[in-house]
Design a protein around this ligand. Sequence first.
Ligand code: ZN
Length: 471
Amino acid sequence: MPNMRSQSVHRHAGRGSPLALLILLAGCGAAPQSEASRPESIPAQAAMAVAADEKAAAMAPEADADSEVAAVVQPVHVHDPAFAKGARHYSVDYRVRFLPSEGMAAVNIDLKAGTGHLSRLDFHMPASRYQAIEGDGDIEREGDRVIWKPPHKGGELRYRYHIDHQRSGGGYDARITDEWALLRGDDLVPPARTRGTHDSYAHATLHFDELPAGWSAETPWKPAHGGGDAVVNPETRFDRPVGWILAGKLGVRRETVEEMSVSVAAPTDNAARRLDVLGAINALGTEMQRTFGRLPPKLLIVLAPDPMWRGGLSAPRSLYLHQDRPLISENGSSTLVHELVHVISGIRGVKGEDWIAEGIAEFYSIELMSRIGLLSEDRRERALEWMRNHGRNVKTLVADSSSGKRTARAVALLADLDAEIRQGTDDEASLDDVARKLTDAGHKASLSDLRELSAGLLGHPSRVLQESVVE
Ligand SMILES: [Zn+2]
């Protein structure tokens, strides 16, 4: 079957590859905080290229449908209990309509009983964001929660979701305009506690109905048989379309990197550098696979302009990056790679130990760029030195949320731990082995996990992890 998407897999483990040079050149001349470097519109040539890609994108889902659905039946990395013998199923179709003039999305959750069914769904739906809730069966609001008891055979729950959301520091992390909508699927369909037949799992599909003229939608999910996107979360029974969604008049670039389908999407009328991002991921794919032992089957990266938040935000199989973010920041770290590490490793810290996830993401944002030759050895050392200096006055890493100086201190500690493991094992092992095991474990990581894994490699407790800053 012809595959409309590029299948080329680049391997650039060497230093100073032509691709690396290209990316660096593309970044030249852009001010680090580039407030002033945004042209009003993309040049005609770029616009044409984007338009051509859009055509390819429009053709891709059909052409790819069969091969991509295979991933749904056979999840690659995580055993999915939904496919175990004896599992029961019901179907859930999420139908979404964007209503730009109202700033809303109209959502319809269509449940159908199969060998299993749900009898009660308890959603977290604050009235400020979720309105006009109605549907079949019994619906009751209790404060921020909405309890839905659908008819035995299933039924519909309909509501409107208010999209725009501003972060406390300014900038939006969800937004709808006349041209595009950028939001988290996890908010579009909020989490629910469910009750139903024993051992029941959802066959979930996400549909976008009646998109405004010229709009298309990008999700972290692959096409399903019969239309829509197949939503598969092996971690949950009631599968929701978690992750970033970008809809609108889009330019999309696609590639396959180490068997991971990568899409980089941004609204067409903006100067997003999709190919810088795609180029970086091409160069990083092999190294990320080696370090964390896995890549997701699909990765969606969405780029957008102001007034979106001027940073990066990760979600399952997807990340958002403000389109003006440089590939490499002046201190040598990289927002793109930082968020990629969050997405690919899935490492999260237990309560109070967010520094583990943030430190690993930031440490590897420097380390991986160095391994693919985008940071020289000298600049890598300077970047780590910058972190050491920036975090030097941090007394404790323990906090519910780690950022700025605390994360910089965590990077310094992890660099020391990496050096300790390398020295103690004659370079047989490194922090990579710890990161890979934390990725594999899948549960939230704690200081004791770090100590245990490091001691396992060293044959004795890590000296670095005894420092008072971790307590
Ligand atoms: Zn982070």
